[in-house]
Structure formats: C-alpha cells, structure tokens
Design a protein around this ligand. Structure first.
Ligand code: NCD
Ligand code: ZN
Length: 357
C-alpha cells in the first residue's frame, strides 16, 4: 500500500446552492474522499453566486451540515463588492475573479473593475484568476503593479505556462494550477459517447477548452512551473451535456489521483511531484491548516477501468470513461477517523470542518 498525505483540491464546483441536481455538499465531499482528497475549496459560481455575507453563509451553513471532508468556500469578485469581500476574507477560501467568460453569472469584463479588488483584498489571502491567454498576462501585470499574489486557475496553453515561468523568474508572486483533463486530453481526443443524445460535442465542452498536443506537451515539459494539480470538478448531468446547449465542465474528483498515479507508473511523474502539487504547495498557497492523523492508502498495483457507473458524483458521466488506470484509493483516514474504506463512507455528514473556522 502506498500512503499519501490528505490531498487538497483547490478548485471544485460543489453546485450548492442552486444546482444540487448536479452535486451538493454531501456528494461533492464524498466524491472527494473516494478520490483520496480530504480538503476541497468550493467555487462561487453557484445560484445565487457567493458574493456577500448572506450568500457566503448560505453555502457555509449547508456545508456545515453536509460535508464529509474538510472544505472552504470562495467569494466571487463582482463589479461593486470589493469592500464587502475584503471584509469577509478571513471566512472564505479566497477571492475568485472571473476575467473570462464561463458557466455562471460572475464576470468582470472591464479592467477598471479589477482594480478595487487588487487594492483591497488582503494580501495574505489568495486571489484566484480565471484568466485565459492574454487576459492572464493582464492579471499578472495587475499582480506586479499592486504587489498582490495571484493564483492562476486551470492553465492549459503553452503561451500561458511559458509566461508564468517568465513572471516567476522576474519575482512576480504568481502561482498556478493545471487540471488532469488539460494534461491527458487534447481537442482531438475521442471522448466516448455513452448512451443516447448528441454525445461527443457537448461532452467536450469545458473552459478553458481542451488544447492542442503542443500545448499539452508544454505543460508536461514545464512540470516544475506547475504549483498545484486541481480538478476543476465541474459536474453537469449527462442529460445537460448531451442537450442542444451543453454547459462547459468536466467532473474530476474521482479520476485525478488514478490518472496521475498511472503517469507515475509510466515514469512521466513521481510520487513526490504528486505530494508537492496536491498537498505541500496548496497548503502553503491557500494557507490551509494541518490535518493531523490524516492519510490516504492506495493500492498502487491495482489496475481497473474508469467507469461512470462506479463513481459517486451525481453527474453520471466522466470524460475518461473506459480508460485503464493503475492505482486505487482503498482507505482515507481524516483527523483520526476512517472516512472512506473499500467504497463505503464511514463518517457522518457534518464531520467535515471549515478550513477557516
Ligand atoms: C465551470 C463550471 O461548470 O462551473 N466550467 C468549466 O468548464 N470549467 C466553470 C469554470 O471553472 O470555468
Ligand atoms: Zn472552475
């Protein structure tokens, strides 16, 4: 058995409030545990979005009752809530800024709307950017001008990882995360069409979009520039994905670790890389408390096929359907209690703790 520390996923769409047919605080945290993850940070693009004290409490109250693993909740940056979110910083995972369009209403189009957030949000709490391509370059410039650390979500392009590398070399306080789907899939990957419906086209929709093989290669070649692996677990039901207007997003909590462990067995990655990018670095970047007596036991040699029907997420599909992977999560111990073992969840809803409590 391989023993890993409790893994951290700083980018999860929990979908509660407002989208609980896709996922909720109970299923998101169970799904996390099944994937070997003991802390998730929830994104604010819910319905309503999390952007002030009332909406923050709406999410945190549900999480308190329902979470099976530890958690935090991000605030969303809006056009006129810079003072409000700055005042709530110590209760939240961090501030999420949507600088490019994606699923949900939160979006800051005009750069003049970014300024008050960079000026007011405390420097000791993380600011996470959804910023693609040239928008990312602008976010890095803001970070330099206002001397505010930023974390770039879901880096997918060669031009992005190279710019982040150059910014780090200049001493700009930028960190970043990469998602498994941008490491293992390209825009040409055939996604299996499960069941009826329009299938492939909608299943492929994700933001940032799947990129080219050259982009994927650049991410692997610059592994030392990547601070964290994050799932961007963004569950939408199979019916929604196969509809005429498919929302973007992939589930990922249950597939991240087996995919990365398979890369280890193919000598493309090491176990210390996984520990650094899913435990040590995210703990530091997001200021997360230690979880005493917490570990994950993995059977490194068990090979199996990824199948949606065996997953715990509510969404009912995975872009990695049918992939053969090596490495199965057997047991997760969270703060002294076995929380997951052999496919069973063993702690009560509400056992999960708010990382900012
Ligand atoms: C996310 C979602 O569905 O909430 N979708 C996605 O494609 N990643 C939003 C996001 O993170 O951009
Ligand atoms: Zn996301």
């Amino acid at each position: 058995m391989l023993k890993l520390p409790g893994l951290i996923d700083p980018h999860v769409h929990v979908r509660e409030p407002g989208g609980t047919h896709k996922e909720d605080w109970a299923t998101a945290t169970q799904t996390a545990l099944a994937g070997g993850i003991t802390t998730i940070l929830g994104m604010p693009n819910t319905q309503p979005p999390i952007f002030d004290e009332a909406t923050l409490n709406l999410s945190l109250d549900s999480a308190k009752d329902k979470a099976h693993c530890d958690y935090g909740q991000y605030l969303g940056a809006g056009p006129d809530n810079a003072d409000i979110v700055a005042g709530l910083a110590n209760k939240a995972a961090g501030l999420k800024m949507y600088l490019d369009s994606t699923f949900g209403e939160l979006r800051l189009d005009d750069m003049s709307l970014w300024t008050p957030h960079f000026q007011k949000f405390p420097k000791t709490f993380p600011m996470v950017m959804h910023s693609e391509s040239r928008t990312m370059a602008a976010a890095i410039l803001f970070s330099a001008i206002y001397d505010h650390p930023i974390h770039i979500a879901h880096v997918s392009l060669k031009e992005e990882i190279l710019l982040i590398k150059a910014a780090k070399e200049k001493g700009i306080k930028v960190t970043c995360e990469v998602c498994p789907h941008h490491l293992f899939l390209t825009s040409d990957s055939p996604l299996p069409n499960l069941g009826e419906g329009l299938g492939v086209r909608g299943r492929k929709e994700v933001r940032p979009r799947l990129a080219t093989q050259e982009d994927v290669n650049a991410l692997w070649e610059n592994m030392n520039v990547i601070d964290c692996f994050a799932t961007d677990h963004a569950p939408h039901t199979i019916e929604e994905k196969d509809s005429e207007t498919p929302p973007p997003g992939f589930p990922g909590l249950e597939t991240i670790l087996p995919l990365l462990l398979t890369a280890v067995s193919d000598s493309r990655l090491t176990i210390p890389d996984i520990i650094q990018k899913m435990h040590t670095n995210p703990r530091k970047i997001f200021n997360l408390p230690e979880q005493p007596e917490t570990w994950v036991e993995v059977d490194e040699n068990e090979t199996y096929e990824i199948k949606a029907e065996n997953q715990f997420t509510k969404c009912g599909w995975t872009p990695f359907e049918g992939w053969k992977v090596k490495g199965k999560v057997k047991k997760v111990v969270l703060r002294g209690k076995t929380a997951f073992e052999d496919g069973k969840f063993l702690v009560q809803a509400g056992y999960g703790k708010n990382v900012r409590a």
